[in-house]
Design a protein around this ligand. Structure first.
Ligand SMILES: CCCCCCCCCCC/C=C/C(=O)SCCNC(=O)CCNC(=O)[C@H](O)C(C)(C)COP(=O)(O)OP(=O)(O)OC[C@H]1O[C@@H](n2cnc3c(N)ncnc32)[C@H](O)[C@@H]1OP(=O)(O)O
Length: 363
């Protein structure tokens, strides 16, 4: 019954430890709790959640969970889980943050939140591909090909294009596909006001049965494959940095052949320091900065001109330049991934993720 009704992201959540966050609505039906005042709206909202086309993300699921618990049970009445019990702690924090919010208000907030999700889900698939030829469907990317240019657009604008686990894998696949397609240039850009806010901090919450050590190992493998796919990319690869960029989306810019940034990319956050696009350009991380008002026009005019250049000459030139450093880059990548595996388990990393997520969970 659940399997038939639930959309794809629900099924994924049910298979993972995150299922406990994901399904207040199913819990309601299973426990058969009866509502009174706004029962009809509330029940409609519970049904609507199951019809959402897109996974709303862990933060929203936490909000839904907390509101559901508050609406049906009142203020948080559970003992606080231990710090390493990430999922239950995140749920507990979200519920506890609601304090003494009255049940009726929580019910109303749940209804309002679901309604906003339903409308944004209807207007989603956020990028208009225009006349581009759309390629394979991805959940977190839009990939189009036109005029010899394959464009990979990071497409989670409501999350500032943070890279979740699936998106890492989709980017690897999209780069693989672009390396074998007919295009001359490949472009990576972001949809919305951000280029990318880096690693999705909820990635670390989905702990597999092997525990946090297994998670750290999986993260290291994924990171190595992800960065490796940029190191090995055989054609000219251009980053069109349309807005702020953070974390891993900045650190991989050095693997692009050109990086064009809008002067609105004012937060290229590396090592906790904010760099403007101009400063990043002065340090060689960005190739050229354009005024935001003309950014898209100027950059795409230039890229279209580049795409008319001889395909094989460009590809071979890139390979000649890059091949010399590939071995070293792979060695550094392997080393960094193994350091990540260790650092994932550090208090500093756990606290940073928990702090961010618990702030998010407060309504
Ligand atoms: C087995 C697989 C595991 C895979 C793991 C692989 C690991 C590889 C790791 C490699 C090392 C990488 C390191 C990094 O990238 S570090 C950088 C991490 N990023 C951050 O710390 C940024 C966090 N976000 C923010 O500080 C702010 O959100 C931001 C400044 C970006 C925007 O602030 P603003 O106030 O304008 O907007 P909001 O905060 O309201 O954000 C809107 C919604 O977007 C969500 N969001 C934004 N960024 C992230 C993120 N990085 N992770 C998760 N969610 C993010 C935010 O929560 C808001 O969502 P809601 O509307 O639902 O609340």
């Amino acid at each position: 019954m659940v399997a038939r009704l639930a959309p794809r992201w629900c099924l994924r959540a049910l298979r993972s430890p995150l299922q406990v966050i994901g399904f207040p609505s199913l819990q309601l039906h299973m426990s058969g709790i009866a509502m009174r005042a706004s029962q009809e709206d509330f029940e409609n909202a519970l049904n609507q959640v199951k019809l959402l086309k897109k996974d709303p993300g862990n933060e929203v699921k936490l909000k839904l969970y907390a509101l559901y618990k508050q609406a049906t049970e009142g203020p948080c009445n559970m003992p606080k889980p231990g710090v390493f019990d990430f999922i239950n702690k995140a749920k507990w924090d979200a519920w506890d943050a609601l304090g003494n919010l009255p049940k009726e208000t929580a019910r109303q907030n749940y209804v309002d939140l679901v309604s906003s999700l339903s409308s944004s889900s209807e207007s989603s698939n956020q990028v208009q591909p225009g006349t581009d030829r759309k390629q394979q469907e991805y959940e977190n990317l839009v990939v189009t090909s036109e005029d010899g240019i394959t464009k990979i657009t990071l497409n989670r604008p409501t999350k500032k294009n943070a890279i979740n686990t699936q998106m890492y894998q989709e980017i690897i696949l999209a780069l693989k596909a672009a390396s074998n397609d007919d295009s001359i240039l490949t472009v990576v850009t972001g949809n919305g006001d951000y280029y990318c806010s880096g690693n999705d901090l909820t990635n670390f919450m989905d702990i597999p049965p092997g525990g946090v050590e297994e998670k750290a190992k999986q993260s290291a493998v994924l990171l190595r494959d992800f960065v490796g796919s940029f190191i090995d990319f055989p054609k000219p690869l251009i980053a069109v940095v349309n807005g702020p960029a953070m974390g891993i989306s900045v650190t991989i810019l050095g693997l692009f052949d050109a990086v064009y940034a809008s002067d609105r990319a004012t937060e290229m956050l590396i090592f906790g320091k904010k760099l403007t696009a101009g400063e990043a350009c002065a340090q060689g991380l960005v190739t050229e900065v354009f005024p935001d008002s003309t950014f898209q026009k100027e950059v795409w005019t230039r890229l279209k001109a580049y795409s008319k250049l001889p395909k094989n000459a460009m590809k071979i030139s890139k390979q000649v330049i890059r091949n010399m450093e590939k071995e070293k880059l792979h060695a550094v990548n392997a080393e960094e991934s193994s350091v990540l595996q260790e650092r994932c388990l550090s208090d500093e990393c756990i606290n940073a993720a928990v702090n961010f997520l618990s702030k998010r969970a407060k309504l």
